[in-house]
Structure formats: structure tokens, C-alpha cells
Design a protein around this ligand. Sequence first.
Ligand SMILES: Nc1ncnc2c1ncn2[C@@H]1O[C@H](COP(=O)(O)OP(=O)(O)OP(=O)(O)O)[C@@H](O)[C@H]1O
Length: 265
Amino acid sequence: MSVDEVQKNIKNNFSIPPHKTSNIKKVIGVVSGKGGVGKSLITSYLAVLMNRKGYKTAVLDADITGPSIPKVFGVHEKAMANSDGIIPKLSKNRTKIMSLNLLLDSEDTPVIWRGPVIASTVKQFWSDVLWEDVDYMFVDMPPGTGDVPLTVFQSLPVDGVIIVTSPQELVSMIVSKAVNMANTMNVPILGIVENYSYITCGNCHEKISVFGESHTDEIAEKFGLKVLGKIPIDPSIASACDKEAIEELQGDWLELAEEVLCNLQ
Ligand SMILES: Nc1ncnc2c1ncn2[C@@H]1O[C@H](COP(=O)(O)OP(=O)(O)OP(=O)(O)O)[C@@H](O)[C@H]1O
């Protein structure tokens, strides 16, 4: 068997079943080549948008050392377990959430764990959480192409990934790494979302590209991928996150992403 074939078979060999009561229809990984691009925001907002369409949504926070999902949904109470498994917390609009922050005694406790422990926590979030019926589960991956993204790709039946990026030049190399990882793991890439694309001038409504000209369209074309949306730097986004009210955020920046996701069902 060639190295390529071995790599493409890795995923199947390590896959683990979800809890026996779980019926999860589609698993979407949200990845970024580097940190700080707003990946958690986009993961949460995609769940909100699909929830608004009437789908049963869930977010698995695989960003174990930097978990931010519960906070943007305003969920703080600890998750409980019964003899069958861990019960996910529900947001106001009934998106199911599991994150390490929901299991720690205090949200401020830093997670100083080695890679294998982090990876096995993510697997448990898949296999030991009582997700029950879910149409779309969004997995907020830690940034980069390290241990945890690898574990998620190997262990979970990921139906597609969405790559989040910012507009700068350096990003082309970083996105290439994320694309190559998904290709190596044989996971379909649904497309790219660009965050921090522009600001809109409050007076003349001109769009200003704060980070210079965007390279996202070029990169997407290079890899034959769709650009699923461009999100501006917008105070309403920061405010929705700060107020822990992502479910109240309004913005039609991700319509194409919604369409692509709907077509998966
Ligand atoms: N387009 C945007 N406009 C305004 N604020 C934003 C935008 N995107 C993200 N933010 C703000 O930045 C904060 C951090 O975003 P988020 O947690 O999604 O990403 P991150 O910290 O960059 O980490 P990562 O992308 O690695 O998960 C959010 O709480 C939000 O307040």
C-alpha cells in the first residue's frame, strides 16, 4: 500500500461510534490554519443560522485549551451526567453544547494537558455525550493542524470542513496547510469563510479593506473551492459575543454557507 493509501485509510481505522442513543446526521468541522481568525464565532453563528432554519443543531467545542463556545451562547451552568453519559447543555434556542468549560469547576481554570489527554477528551465528547437527535453538529477545532484536528478527522465521521481565514497575504500558506490536511484525511472541504474582510464607513458606507486587498478569492480558485461568505469587522458581532447573545446576532454574510449546508441533508 502506498503512503497516500495508508493516510487515506487512517480515518476509517480509528473511527469511533457515537453514544448508542445519538443520531447525528451531519458533522461539520470548522477549522483555521492559525488562531485569532474568529473561528469560534463562525462555528457558533453557523449553528445559530441552521437552528433558525428549524434544524436541530449542536456544537462540540474541540478547542479544549481555549474553549469559548459556551460563553457566546450565555451558557454557564455545569453539565451533568447520568449513568448513561454526559448530558449536553442547551442554549436559549436549544442548540446542544458540549465544552470542557461546562465540566470544569471554574471557567477560569487553565487546561494544562498534554496532546493525548486533550485528544481523548474530544473523543469522549463524541462517544460519551448523550447528543440524541442532531441534524447538524458543528465542531470547533483548535487552530492549526496538530494532534486534536487529526484526532477529530480520524475519529469522527466528518461530512465536511469549513475553513476560516482572514484576508492577509500570509494566509495563503496557512490555508494551504488546512486544505492539504483535509485532503490527506479524505474529508470534503465545503468552502472558505473570510472573517475581518472589511469595515463599512459609518458616514459614506464605503467598504474599507483594513488588512489590504483580500487574497481569499485567489486561494479559493487555486484549490477549486467556494468562498462561502465574507464577514466584515462589525461592532454588532463583538457586542453579540460580549453580551453572550450570539443567538440574537443578525447578518446575512453566510447565506451561501447555509445553502451548501442545507444541500448536505
Ligand atoms: N467580524 C468580527 N467583527 C467584530 N468582532 C469580531 C469579529 N469576529 C470575531 N470578533 C470578536 O473577536 C472575538 C474572538 O473571536 P473568536 O473567539 O471567534 O476567535 P478567536 O479568539 O480569534 O479564536 P479562534 O479563531 O482561534 O477560535 C469574539 O468574541 C468577537 O468579539
